[in-house]
Design a protein around this ligand. Sequence first.
Ligand SMILES: *Cc1c(COP(=O)(O)O)cnc(C)c1O
Length: 232
Amino acid sequence: MNENTPNIAVTLNSVKAQISEFEHTYQRTIDSVQLLAVSKKKPATAVTAAAQAGQIAFGENYVDEGVAKILEINNTALIWHYIGAIQSRKTAQIAEHFHWAHGVDRLKIAKRLAEQRPDHLPPLNICLQVNLDNEASKAGISIEELPELATHCAALKGVCLRGLMAIPAPRQQLDEQREVLARLRQALQSLQLQHPELDTLSMGMSGDLEAAVAEGATIVRIGTAIFGARDS
Ligand SMILES: *Cc1c(COP(=O)(O)O)cnc(C)c1O
């Protein structure tokens, strides 16, 4: 281990302690915020170290890399979330190997994931990705487009619509971060009128963890603070 390699048990516990502290500060139910350890561009050994320290849920952004790690680690106790952009030609691999896909933003993709989900597995959990800043470069749909896509996705067998995810443009101030994440919370609350079973808000990364807990995140996706900086 060189000096750039964090002690993963230590960093993991420190992130968990931060989450607990923010749950307390913002009067969230204890353990209502799930930590997703984002292991993209990190080796299987880093995942195994985190798993040995008690981490169960892992997030991957690149399909080939993620599938290779899932097969190499071969630990059925772990839960794998695909959090990257979803291309049509990659849906079968996602449907076969992951438990969750967070970046669904078109019905065509949801249908492919549903059809390609193997029969012996429970439905793939999906979140609809919202482009909160309407950035042309980013995946995701507008809040206005959500009700129609949600209704179609909720009717598909093979996937289970769980909620919403977003990757807002970076903001420095806590109040600015909260303002944009509040829009995702409100969008989920509106959808829950039609779809009361939705229970997931996937938002918050290393730079906006506090804002995400304050605004109701149920899954925070943390990479750097656990595994250290990525090379590229
Ligand atoms: C990389 C990534 C993360 C983790 O980001 P960090 O800043 O390393 O915590 C979370 N969500 C998505 C979608 C990512 O691509």
